[in-house]
Design a protein around this ligand. Structure first.
Ligand SMILES: [Zn+2]
Length: 285
């Protein structure tokens, strides 16, 4: 095998191909944005879960039944939180949607721009949550699992989900991005959030410099704080601009999770994780 051979991450590459085809087909069929995102969420989950079983990157990162119970619980909590936040944000920004400077751009330009604008807010929120204090108590929940797989992406605290939605959607609404541009950006970012957590084998080569990948995001989940960079998920642009980009071809963190895990709730203790930001507790058995 030549030294420069790359075993590509086919799960991610193929998802990048079928997602636009799916999106175009269901928009043409008249589906609502909510339905498009909901079906895409479960299709993407199933897609990467199947590849994880077939060709895992690290076999010991396979999800256990206890992991699934935790991830499914957070999915349920976050569906409620995301829905309520969506209603509140839509009501607060209705007057701006489609009426600002971004509304004058064609969709082929406004949709990618919407990704960059949304990712800008997400990037700075994410950096702030890693600074410690109460923000870290909220965000720690997402870093607590000691594995990385597609369902881990669901284990995020509902407060984190609401904050993230706000910093993504408010700038888009104020700049006047159309509902279509926001939907296309949301589908792409949803795909990327699962792809970057997936335990699927293979690499993304030069694409690591233009889009979020599992290779980049594994560094973010490193148990060593100094390695836990790459705060962007969908595209690495803001990491590259602000000096937090970390790409080491062929290398990856020794362990993922949090530094000093004994000081936090157990990785599968769903209730302890969900209540952790609201308690004084430092740790649990
Ligand atoms: Zn993080």
């Amino acid at each position: 095998m030549p030294a420069d051979h790359i075993e590509w991450n086919h799960a991610h590459l193929l998802a990048l191909a079928w997602t636009p085809a799916y999106t175009a087909a269901v928009i043409a069929a008249g589906w609502s944005g909510t339905a498009i995102l909901a079906v895409h969420l479960f299709a993407t989950l199933g897609w990467f879960a199947a590849f994880e079983r077939w060709r895992p990157h690290r076999p010991r990162w396979q999800a256990t039944p206890a992991d699934w119970r935790r991830d499914a619980s957070f999915l349920g909590m976050n569906a409620v939180a995301d829905g309520l936040a969506g209603v509140a944000l839509a009501a607060a920004t209705l007057q701006f949607t489609g009426s600002g400077p971004a509304s004058m751009l064609p969709l082929w330009a406004s949709a990618p721009l919407a990704v960059l604008v949304a990712e800008f807010g997400a990037y700075w929120l994410h950096r702030a949550l890693h600074r410690g204090g109460w923000g870290w108590r909220v965000h720690m929940v997402h870093h607590r699992p000691e594995a990385l797989n597609v369902t881990n992406n669901l284990t995020t605290h509902p407060v984190n989900v609401v904050l993230l939605k706000a910093v993504k959607l408010l700038p888009l609404a104020l700049l006047g991005f159309s509902a279509d541009a926001v939907l296309l950006a949301a589908v792409f970012m949803q795909l990327q959030s699962f792809a970057t957590h997936a335990n699927t084998r293979g690499r993304m080569g030069w694409l690591n410099h233009v889009m979020g990948t599992a290779e980049l995001h594994r560094w973010h989940h490193s148990a060593r704080v100094g390695e836990a960079l790459n705060f962007s998920t969908s595209v690495p642009l803001w990491d590259q601009v602000f000096g937090t980009f970390r790409h080491v071809p062929g290398a990856e963190p020794a362990e993922v999770g949090v530094e000093g895990p004994g000081g936090y709730p157990a990785a599968t203790a769903t209730w302890a994780l969900a209540t952790y930001p609201f308690t004084r507790r430092c740790c649990s058995a």
